[in-house]
Ligand binder design. Structure first.
Ligand SMILES: Cc1cc2nc3c(=O)[nH]c(=O)nc-3n(C[C@H](O)[C@H](O)[C@H](O)COP(=O)(O)OP(=O)(O)OC[C@H]3O[C@@H](n4cnc5c(N)ncnc54)[C@H](O)[C@@H]3O)c2cc1C
Length: 490
């Protein structure tokens, strides 16, 4: 009789049944009744939180395990820093439907204009130049059409004129496979001069132009360009400048949105839970955390960046391209030094535009324009290999190095800059990089295989996106993974 009843129960009911018996007084194995759910979500960034909300809304019991002491991941408002800079995401693009809907639903307000930056002067071969002098300056060694394009926009110039991708999704179509080559090679095919390649490589680019897939960046560009439609596309501005006025920011800081998402999930979100192992092939999936706690579920969605998933023991281990992607997918570096401008407007003193694009050791020195129009803060940002180099300095020396470098490029800043914060995403122990990227050849090799479900384990996170970019891509990936799991739960 007992056997007949057991057979009639679904796996979910069994799970709940065992939860009751364990919860009745046998917590010694570290598994409490509350720790057994339908779906476990790993990582409380936009991807994990969105998947959790979608599954909870469908009536399933979820737990989100987050290793850090806060939610949001790469959405990180520097509430602890003077001037409250965004250390991670800030710009909510005009077509971010999921982010916008979520903000609306949770009563989180969006305000116009995000990450606004004052115009750039250029520091080329240690000489400061104005935008106006660039076309005919002796230091402009680019050729042909390139000569009238400021160094900060050279890559955008080649993308605007030659990007073969038209939509959100054609980067994974067979015809696009031919562009999974080094960016440098693609630029050369379109006539870029040696000097243009040098300047592009010196800019805030994910990686060396010979070490990043053109297809990966062409997809970013195709999606990003849809932020500005047709004739309204502003030309001659870099992508940060173009996106600023056309995007929105989150009132009080970007962190407020993931915090509101986590609040609707209540105590289903568990902080300081560093996941160390996932068993995904049995009747149920088992997850263990560094503090010894254990969780069980029908399914697990990992929204962990591959940088940290590669340190989690997965049993049985993923195979083939998926295993290789988890181990090898590169995440690009981003290191920031935030500064307060004291003692007056240095740009009025020397007459150059306030921000600086540099071919030296720093990528960009951006004068931030605050929501109230204040111009009190500068952000020096290094990306890719420049960030890796800056991170070679001990943290206590980085601020002084950056200030000295800016003073050298621009003597009018002498004694006027005070460091307020440092932040390096590649040194972040639970993120390990600014964003994923693909080496040449890796889009074709990994993009399809790396997101396939592995037994009871599904994959989300911005690195598994199909269509979108940024925060919206994380939301999109969470939605896709939730739908995959709903199909199996149903
Ligand atoms: C400097 C910077 C600027 C950006 N600017 C923009 C912008 O303006 N607009 C935009 O749309 N996007 C921007 N982005 C990108 C955007 O922030 C990301 O695409 C998005 O936040 C990624 O979300 P995610 O959920 O995929 O990953 P994450 O936010 O990285 O979340 C992953 C979570 O997993 C947790 N975790 C990791 N390992 C473990 C473990 N072992 N156990 C438990 N938890 C773990 C982490 O702590 C983290 O909370 C920017 C990013 C950066 C870094």
């Amino acid at each position: 009789m007992a056997r007949a009843i057991t057979r009639a129960l679904t796996r979910r009911q069994l799970l709940q049944g065992s939860a009751i018996s364990l919860g009745a007084g046998l917590p010694s194995n570290g598994l409490a009744a509350d720790d057994q759910v339908d779906v476990l979500l790993l990582g409380a960034g936009f991807a994990g939180l969105n998947a959790a909300i979608l599954l909870r809304d469908e009536g399933y019991k979820v737990i989100v395990l987050e290793g850090a002491g806060r939610v949001g991941g790469r959405a990180f408002t520097g509430d602890h820093v003077e001037g409250r800079p965004e250390l991670g995401a800030s710009q909510v693009g005009p077509y971010y439907a999921r982010v916008r809907d979520m903000a609306d639903r949770l009563g989180v307000k969006l305000l116009p204009g995000a990450n606004l930056t004052a115009p750039y002067a250029f520091s080329i071969n240690e000489t400061l130049l104005s935008r106006d002098s660039w076309n005919n300056h002796a230091l402009n060694e680019t050729v042909g059409d390139e000569r009238s394009v400021p160094p900060s926009v050279l890559l955008d110039h080649y993308f605007e004129n030659h990007n073969p991708l038209k939509g959100f999704d054609d980067w994974l179509e067979p015809h696009a496979a031919a562009y999974d080559i080094p960016l440098g090679q693609w630029l050369r095919q379109h006539g870029a001069s040696d000097e243009a390649l040098r300047l592009i490589n010196a800019g805030p680019i994910d990686a060396d132009i010979w070490n990043v897939s053109a297809l990966h960046l062409l997809h970013n560009d195709a999606r990003g360009r849809l932020w500005f439609s047709g004739e309204n596309t502003p030309r001659g501005l870099d992508r940060f400048q173009k996106r600023g006025p056309t995007s929105h920011r989150i009132e009080g800081g970007t962190s407020r949105l993931p915090e509101a998402m986590a609040a609707t999930l209540g105590d289903s979100v568990r902080l300081n839970k560093i996941v160390t192992s996932i068993e995904s092939a049995g009747e149920v999936a088992n997850v263990r955390c560094m503090d010894g706690t254990r969780y069980r579920a029908d399914f697990v969605i990992s929204a962990l960046p591959f940088t940290t998933l590669s340190r989690v023991a997965i049993d049985p281990p993923p195979q083939g391209n998926q295993a290789e992607a988890i181990r090898l997918l590169p995440y690009r570096a981003n290191s920031q030094v935030h500064m307060r401008v004291t003692d007056g407007a240095y740009w009025e003193e020397d007459g150059f535009d306030p921000s600086i694009w540099s071919d030296g050791p720093l990528s960009l020195i951006r004068q931030k324009i605050g929501g109230d129009g204040n111009r009190d803060y500068l952000q020096a940002v290094c990306v890719g290999k420049k960030s890796e180099r800056l991170d070679l300095l001990p943290p206590q020396e980085r601020g002084a190095f950056v200030v000295k470098e800016i003073e050298r490029m621009r003597p009018s800043t002498k004694g006027k800059l005070r460091v307020t914060a440092l932040h390096s995403w590649s040194e972040h122990p639970l993120v390990g990089g600014f964003r994923h990227s693909f080496w040449p050849g890796q889009v074709n090799k990994f993009a399809h295989d790396m997101i396939r479900p592995h037994h009871r384990l599904h994959f989300a996170g911005e690195h598994t996106r199909r269509l979108e970019i940024g925060m919206e891509s994380a939301m999109e990936s969470g939605e896709r993974a939730a739908i995959e799991v709903l199909d199996r739960l149903g």
